[in-house]
Structures are given as C-alpha cells and as structure tokens.
Design a protein around this ligand. Structure first.
Ligand code: C2E
Ligand code: CA
Ligand code: CA
Ligand code: CA
Length: 276
C-alpha cells in the first residue's frame, strides 16, 4: 500500500488512470455522458513508411468525465456494446470526426480520417445510410474516410455485416480490418468481406526487431495482405528498431508513439505542419 501510494504520487496521470480503471460505469451514466456531449475525439497520425509523410489520422474516443477526468475507451466501449449504446457512441464520434475532417480539408491538409467501428454497429442497414448522409452533410469525401472494423466476438452470421460493408464500399468509403491476428476468425473475414486495408495489431509489432516469431507473424500478415491487394498498417510502433524492421518489409503505413500519441483535434494541424 505504501509503495502504491508513493508510486501514485510520483505519477499522478498514471494514478488517475489506475483509479479510473477500477471503476466501472453504468449504462445510464454512459448514456448521459453521450447525450451531454462528453465524448471527445483524439487523433493519432499515420505515416507512410516509404517517405515518412503523414497520410492520415485515426480517431480514438475519450470520455471527458465530469468527476473522473479523461476516461479511456477500454473502460466504456465494452459497456456500450453490451448495453445497446454503441450506435449512439459511434454516431457521436463519427459526426465529430467528419466535422474535423472538413475543417482540416478547408485548411488545406490532405488527411484520411479513420474511425473505429464495432461489429455491433453492423446490424442494421440504417448504418450505411447514416454514414453516407453525414458525409454528405459535412461535405466529406467518402474516399478520405477509413472505417476500421474490429471483431470482438465470434460472429455466427456474417451476412448482415457483409451487406453493410459492401454498401459502404460501393459508396467509396475505405474499409480496414483492425487488430489483425487477435480476433476470432480473421481469415474467414478476409475471405468474405471487402476490405481495403489490414492493420497489424501492436502485440505483433512491438518488439518485433528482437523477436523472430513476431517478425515471422508480421511478414506472413503483410504477405497475405499484399496477395489480396490490401494496404497495410503497423500499429504500436514505439521503437526506431521496429520501424527499421518495418522499412525492410513491404508494410505501407506506421502508427505509434515513436511518431505521436493521440492528440486533441486542435493540435492536429500544427503537428502535421511541423512534421512535414
Ligand atoms: P485500437 O483501434 O487498436 O487503437 C490503438 C490503441 O493503441 C489506442 O488506444 C492507441 O492510443 C494505442 N496506441 C497507439 N500507438 C501506440 C503505441 O505506440 N504504443 C502503445 N502501447 N499503444 C499505442 P486507445 O485510444 O486507448 O484505444 C483502445 C481501443 O479502444 C482501440 O484500439 C479501439 O479498439 C477502441 N476504440 C477507441 N475509440 C473507439 C471508437 O470511437 N469506437 C470504437 N468502437 N472503439 C474505439
Ligand atoms: Ca483502430
Ligand atoms: Ca490494436
Ligand atoms: Ca482495435
């Protein structure tokens, strides 16, 4: 206990995160938070491995909780999915992201904007209509939007998700398979679903430079993606040695703390301009 409190004092940010990590949020509280506009989008840059140019940003949602401060998505996405709040959550994130995308475009930045979509969002044909309508309203080009889909649970029936993703693809939105290699049936997804991009999970990328097994997994995933004509993104690049390894492969894009942590929307333009 003593050690714990000493550590907490030494790193108050971390301690806030740990204290919050013990807390679980009720569906009612999360619902209220969404309604009150307490969700805040942060954005993390994605860079071309070939020339280190910024190609886009990934939207990562946070909850600006009135009492607990900034709460991270691992603490409320599962609740949102379990309690029927994921459509409201994704809707709020998407409207903010499209608004920011339009602002960056008007400022002359050429950025793709990625949004995380849960498989639980892919249950009704209202979803592709909603996404298209929002893009039209904000004047956002669908080809500059990437929808990153994560499979969190085993989907027995892929027909509806397939129909929804196909509709989005036909409307020129780009589709990405997120956390590749960690889901339940990633290979089945690749075979059936129309993805443009494959993201290799950071559990394979981080430390790959000194681990032969990880390197083999990354290489095999990249080979498969290339074979299927998909773009590839490596997430969780923290060390320059891992980046050097990725440069020796055919991987297209890198994302990770080595370049930037997720940042507030207001910081993105300055960061991109300073970096280029
Ligand atoms: P993800 O989609 O795999 O996003 C990458 C996570 O890794 C983010 O955590 C990001 O901050 C973190 N990260 C990025 N670079 C590095 C690095 O170099 N090292 C390390 N250790 N971590 C890195 P975050 O923001 O806490 O998000 C966690 C997960 O929550 C995301 O994983 C995603 O699955 C989910 N999520 C975030 N925003 C949304 C959202 O709007 N909707 C949905 N459905 N899920 C979301
Ligand atoms: Ca993602
Ligand atoms: Ca991941
Ligand atoms: Ca993910």
């Amino acid at each position: 206990h003593l050690l714990d409190s000493a550590l907490s004092k030494a790193d108050s940010t971390n301690s806030m995160r740990r204290r919050a990590a013990r807390k679980s949020y009720s569906a009612d509280e999360l619902h209220r938070g969404i309604q009150n506009g307490e969700l805040v989008n942060h954005y993390q840059p994605k860079l071309s491995i070939r020339n280190r140019r910024v190609t886009g940003v990934e939207t990562l949602v946070r909850w600006q909780h009135p009492l607990d401060g900034l709460v991270y998505p691992d603490q409320f996405i599962p609740e949102a999915e379990a309690h029927g709040l994921i459509d409201a959550l994704t809707g709020a994130v998407l409207v903010q992201a499209f608004t920011d995308a339009a602002i960056w475009r008007a400022a002359g930045l050429d950025l793709s904007v990625a949004i995380n979509v849960s498989m639980d969002n892919l249950t009704s044909l209202d979803f592709p209509d909603f996404v298209s309508e929002q893009a039209r309203l904000k004047g956002v080009n669908p080809a500059s939007i990437v929808l990153e889909v994560t499979e969190t649970q085993l989907m027995k029936d892929l027909r509806m998700p397939l129909e929804i993703l196909t509709r989005l693809r036909l409307r020129r939105f780009r589709l990405s398979i997120d956390d590749f290699g960690t889901g339940h049936s990633s290979l089945a997804q690749l075979r059936d679903l129309p993805f443009d991009e494959l993201k290799i999970d950071r559990s394979f990328v981080h430390g790959a430079h000194h681990n032969e097994t990880l390197r083999a997994i990354v290489q095999a995933s990249l080979g498969l993606a290339k074979e299927l004509g998909m773009e590839t993104v490596a997430e969780g690049v923290e060390e320059s040695e891992d980046f050097d390894f990725l440069k020796s492969t055919c991987c297209d894009v890198a994302q990770g703390y080595l370049f930037a942590k997720p940042m507030a929307a207001s910081q993105v333009e300055a960061w991109v301009r300073a970096y280029s």
